[in-house]
Design a binder for this molecule. Structure first.
Ligand code: SF4
Length: 446
């Protein structure tokens, strides 16, 4: 029995995996089961090419996606040479072998002074956790690599800047039951657990995620389900966390089934980063179970095109083939994805993976996030660089989740230049002006 197998009640164990406190970056010893003690190598191949990522077609037209990126193959050869495919592709093995400490991480990455000091300090709000698969995508020598910045802590995390708060969205005050946020009348957010297989350093819920306080215990979940059942205005339940997909299949099945029994709940959504950081979790048995609970939607969390690997492609294909509409949520992050070319590549890759770009979030002002936050103008410039220049499907809604609990507020580059009595002057994506007749406005008609 592994440390992450289903327990008798159907929940996953988190015993040795999750730190009991935010001191999750202790410099403790490497798990005996991890084969990290190999010499570091200085060269590593490029991540992958388009030819690798996107499916080839066999003569009979069947899709033949590649198995993994060159970089992941190289990483496995160097650091997990004795681990067979059977284990590498086992999501529970991936979770058990996460990189969590300075000792573990420094064996595979050439850490800069800043990263090393942050790992040594080890008392930020969020623990460290990186699956071996996601670690294989990180650049070993370059601390400025976008993916690496999002999972390896930096000293800037410990700086509390003006305007930052532990709970900037004020979710706690809209929480009628522990772990349930009811902000909008017709939908609720159910925090199923606070565990993630990899921890993003900009996480909006770093005040709770990884702390071991929100557990998927049956009693708490029954209280949340009871609240939803007693609140007939709720037609949409978003399950998030933490990452709900790290629950055992049986527990997920139970929870989805209980919510489905509530007649006024029309749709269920799952928010997850699993296809990006732990694509091995998307097994045939998981999708077979999920498809019983339609209409089920998923919001996937991708932040950079380098996450769109053959493994992620396959995970998304399985979910899409099960009839689950897939949308993406991306956080705008300085030095990670704050340019038009990077964002366009990401959105195009997502569309090729059958994921519809949904939201682009301005980074929330959580404590220690100043180094990740761009100006709002940067976000608007990115949207202006996408809108009209590529398919409309590739343009997400750029939103700010208003501090203090105001909800998501969309932002758009200004396209209405002038309003006349009988027309409106508009600017197109190339900057040209056009006049649209708007007689109805003059006559007061709508
Ligand atoms: S996966 Fe989501 S909940 Fe988990 S650390 Fe990342 S942003 Fe936070």
């Amino acid at each position: 029995m592994t440390s992450f197998d289903a327990d008798p009640s159907g929940f996953v164990h988190q015993d040795e995996e999750e730190p009991p406190s935010p001191m999750g970056v202790a410099t403790g010893s490497t798990p005996a089961s991890a084969t990290f003690g190999l010499p570091r190598i200085s060269r590593q191949p490029m991540l992958f090419s388009d030819r690798e990522l996107f499916p080839r077609f066999s003569p009979d037209g069947a899709v033949c996606p590649p198995r993994c990126s060159v970089r992941t193959r190289h990483f496995r050869r160097e650091f997990f040479p004795d681990v067979p495919d059977r284990l590498w592709n086992d999501w529970q093995w991936q979770v058990r072998h996460r990189f969590r400490t300075l000792a573990q991480i420094s064996r595979v990455l050439e850490l800069c002074d800043d990263e090393r000091a942050a790992l040594l300090q080890g008392a930020s709000m969020l623990p460290v956790g990186i699956t071996p698969y996601y670690m294989s995508l990180l650049d070993r020598d370059d601390p400025q690599q976008p993916l690496r910045k999002t999972v390896v802590p930096r000293l800037a995390e410990f700086v509390h800047s003006p305007g930052e708060a532990e709970d900037p969205l004020d979710e706690e005050s809209d929480s009628p039951v522990p772990g349930l946020v009811h902000r909008y009348p017709d939908r609720v957010l159910l925090l199923v657990l606070d565990f993630c297989s990899s921890y993003c350093r900009y996480c909006t819920r770093s005040r709770v995620v990884g702390h071991g306080e929100i557990t998927p215990g049956r009693a708490r979940l029954e209280r949340a389900i009871d609240y939803i059942a007693r609140t007939p205005t709720v037609r949409d339940v978003l399950r998030s966390g933490g990452d709900p997909l790290v629950l055992a299949d049986e527990k997920l099945d139970w929870l989805l089934g209980r919510i489905r029994q509530i007649r006024h709940v029309e749709i269920v959504r799952i928010g997850t980063k699993v296809p990006a950081v732990l694509p091995q979790r998307v097994t045939p048995s998981l999708v077979k179970m999920l498809r019983k609970h339609h209409p089920l939607w998923m919001s996937l969390h991708f932040i950079h095109p380098d996450e769109c690997t053959p493994e992620s492609y396959r995970a998304c294909a399985r979910l899409a083939d099960a009839g689950i509409p897939l949308g993406s949520q991306t956080v705008l992050l300085k030095g990670v994805n704050d340019s038009v070319p990077v964002m366009r590549d990401l959105m195009h890759s997502l569309l090729r993976m059958r994921v519809r770009p949904y939201y682009l979030y301005q980074c929330d002002p959580i404590v220690g996030s100043a180094h990740f936050r761009t100006s709002v103008d940067t976000g608007l410039e990115i949207i202006a660089g996408l809108r009209g220049h590529t398919s409309g499907y590739a343009v997400p809604h750029y939103v700010i989740d208003a501090p203090g609990g105001g909800g998501k507020i969309p932002l758009q580059p200004q396209t209405v230049v002038e309003r006349c009595d009988d027309c409106v002057v508009l600017r197109n994506y190339e900057g040209n002006l056009y006049c649209y007749p708007d007689e109805n406005r003059q006559s007061g008609r709508r």
